[in-house]
Design a protein around this ligand. Structure first.
Ligand SMILES: O=C(O)CCC(=O)C(=O)O
Length: 273
């Protein structure tokens, strides 16, 4: 496994994304945006208890990587600095770097993954699209840390080029147990043993990853006492998609979809940005 090599970045981010299934953009998130998001998150995290899936607006999932934790839910009305970050920084950065992939950016889901120090778990290898009931299943996602992140703090790992392997099965992300009725081939336990180069994404709080929805990724535990590892993921549909439900797709936003199978996924929870 090797740390991300900056010299390796191709000049054309679209080409790099097509090649590796993931890119890292350095110094695109200004401090004032991420500092405000971190402060607002920490306050909300203290008191948030709701688990209600709202149907009329985009939701934000607070997900602690601790076995037995329940996902908690809030909205952008409660978390305005996060909306500002998405609208004023994340979306324009995607459009600037990936012009041919971003003519449509429809918000699908926003999650903050929290790995408390020492007690947090590995999130096993997966690809996002395996959990999404969409056809075509064409998405990109961004991921960014709230503070500088290293391997010991639970940085993201990516299997380069794995997006070219197509759709895989969905499993419980903590235990790797297959979901009921899952008949698709699973991602290997250790992609390195299957010949994939695995890259560790050590990042500053100003950096942002973009990955293809098919790219395999995982993250290890946070081993650093006193560091509360928070990471933001925002997922976007980049091509109009129909609702295509199947067993085993567990993402929270699927309960917001209010159209029939075969119809276009749209509505207030999924705005075009
Ligand atoms: O933050 C993490 O550790 C995992 C994030 C992830 O798997 C995702 O964004 O799909």
């Amino acid at each position: 496994m090797k740390n991300y090599d900056l010299n390796n970045i191709l000049h054309n981010p679209e080409e790099k994304l097509n090649n590796d299934g993931v890119i890292i953009l350095k110094n695109v998130i200004p401090d004032q945006y991420i500092d405000s998001v971190r402060e607002e998150y920490d306050i909300l995290d203290e008191s948030l208890t709701s688990t209600e899936i709202v149907k009329d607006k985009p939701l934000i999932v607070f997900w602690k990587h601790v076995v037995g934790e329940t996902k908690r839910i809030t909205t952008f009305e409660e978390f305005p600095t996060l909306w500002k970050l998405i609208e004023e920084v994340i979306v324009p950065s995607i459009r600037e770097k990936l012009p041919s992939k971003s003519s449509k950016l429809q918000l699908l889901e926003t999650i903050i993954f929290n790995k408390p120090a020492k007690i947090s778990n590995t999130l096993n290898w997966h690809q996002d699209v395996a959990y999404f009931p969409l056809k075509p299943n064409n998405q990109i996602a961004i991921w960014l840390p709230f503070e500088k992140i290293t391997k010991e703090k639970g940085a993201m790992l990516y299997a380069l080029g794995s997006h070219k392997e197509g759709i895989k099965g969905s499993t419980n992300l903590h235990t790797r147990e297959k979901f009921d009725n899952e008949d698709r081939e699973l991602i290997p336990d250790n992609p390195e043993e299957s010949g994939f180069k695995v890259r560790v994404m050590e990042m500053s709080q100003n950096d942002m990853i973009i990955h293809d929805g098919y790219t395999w990724h995982s993250s290890g535990p946070n081993e650093v006492e006193g560091y509360n590892r928070r990471g933001l993921s925002v997922r976007f549909i980049i091509e109009e998609a129909l609702f295509d439900p199947r067993p085993g797709q567990g993402a929270a936003f699927t309960r917001q979809i209010d159209v029939n199978p075969g119809e276009v996924v749209k509505g207030k929870p999924f705005p075009d940005l």
